[in-house]
Ligand binder design. Structure first.
Ligand code: NCD
Length: 360
């Protein structure tokens, strides 16, 4: 049994195999139209979503499988106080694979301990979003033809943007990638990621405060929404919300083959006029999301049938540190009765296994 909780749960080879499978599916969709016949996907979405949930649904339907689930925690037993652990123990009786989105960081990891069927993290708090990463990688592959030797600007909400966190991790395994972080001071990439990058990744990275100063160098510009729902303080949100808007005038200095990505939804950070620019790849990116989720569901179900052990998702028999409480209020361990698990990272720092917050 294998899960996809964090982009690093897949090796580079496995990631590339899934991306390549998505390209095969694009080339010959009919060949896969019954590939998951008789299988059911449960989409458990505790947080709003349009694209991610619908693209999981469309993906499973196009594989000939079926879909059950909920798109609103209030319509499920969660509103009665059911834990994630119990919910997935119930859902495993009805489905073969689960895609879970949760506002609490680490909820899908908790689910993976109890489900007995593959769990896909469809976004947990501001922590991770590995299937968006696969979507982004497939888009980069199709548009740029490679994952290495790229200069990628990440712009906007780098603090709360889980898509950014996951894509940077995935890219940190390639040669010659340079990441340029473009954000206001308040929305800088979390410290744990900056430290992790300096400690072990191959990435070169630097921080700047405007996109204009780096535009001519970029191969990819990854725009993000300033996420109101992640702010604990509304005033702080109001102060930063209009920062970093991409419009056609800013694109004039960009390379002719640069691409603009965005996980969507966009609010106002890319003006409508940019949509007509051939470099705007964000709607092509959405469609790629469906194909790569087809490839992922197919692969995880096959691995489950082969009984492939999960060797990268944390194994809970491994040695871990106890007696510590996670300080992150958004962590699943703050509200549910889960075993606290802490691991020491490559940089020597001890972090919560669910949300990666630093232990105090
Ligand atoms: C993103 C998400 O939910 O993390 N959207 C997505 O999955 N396509 C980004 C966002 O909500 O801003």
């Amino acid at each position: 049994m294998r899960h996809l909780i964090d982009p690093m749960d897949l090796t580079v080879e496995e990631t590339e195999r899934i991306v390549a499978l998505a390209e095969e599916i694009i080339a010959d969709r009919a060949r896969f139209s019954q590939a998951c016949r008789g299988k059911k996907l449960a989409t458990l979405f505790y947080e709003p979503s349009t694209r991610t949930r619908l693209s999981f649904t469309a993906a499973m339907l196009e594989l000939g499988g079926e879909v059950i689930g909920f798109s609103d925690a209030n319509s499920s037993s969660v509103s009665k106080g059911e834990t994630v652990a119990d919910t997935v123990r119930v859902v495993r009786c009805f489905a073969d694979i689960i895609a879970m989105r949760h506002f609490k960081e680490g909820a899908p990891l908790v689910a993976s301990q109890y489900a007995g069927i593959p769990i896909i993290n469809a976004g947990d708090g501001s922590h991770a979003h590995p299937t968006q990463t696969l979507t982004d990688l497939l888009t980069i592959k199709r548009e740029k033809g490679r994952f290495d030797h790229l200069k990628i600007g990440f712009c906007g909400d780098l603090k709360f943007g889980r898509t950014v966190h996951s894509l940077i991790k995935a890219l940190s395994r390639y040669e010659g990638v340079e990441v340029i972080l473009i954000s206001p001071e308040e929305l800088r990439l979390p410290d744990y990621m900056l430290q992790e990058m300096s400690a072990r990744s191959k990435l070169r990275f630097r921080e700047v405060r405007t996109m204009e100063e780096v535009m001519p160098e970029l191969d990819v510009l990854y725009m993000t929404r300033v996420q109101k729902e992640r702010f604990l303080d509304e005033e702080e949100f109001d102060r930063v919300k209009d920062s970093f808007v991409l419009d056609p005038s800013k694109l004039t200095t960009a390379k002719s083959d640069m691409i603009v990505l965005h996980p969507l939804p966009r609010v106002n950070e890319i003006t409508r006029a940019v949509d007509n620019d051939p470099r705007a790849a964000y709607f092509r990116q959405v469609e790629n999301g469906k194909f790569v989720r087809m490839a992922l569901i197919y692969t995880l179900l096959r691995w489950a049938d082969e009984n492939r052990p999960y060797d990268r998702t944390p194994v809970f028999s491994e040695e871990y540190l106890t007696g510590i409480t996670c300080p992150n209020k958004r962590c699943i361990s703050a509200t549910e009765d889960v075993d606290p698990i802490f691991r020491r990272g490559a940089d020597g720092v001890c972090r919560c296994a669910y949300c990666e917050a630093k232990a105090r």
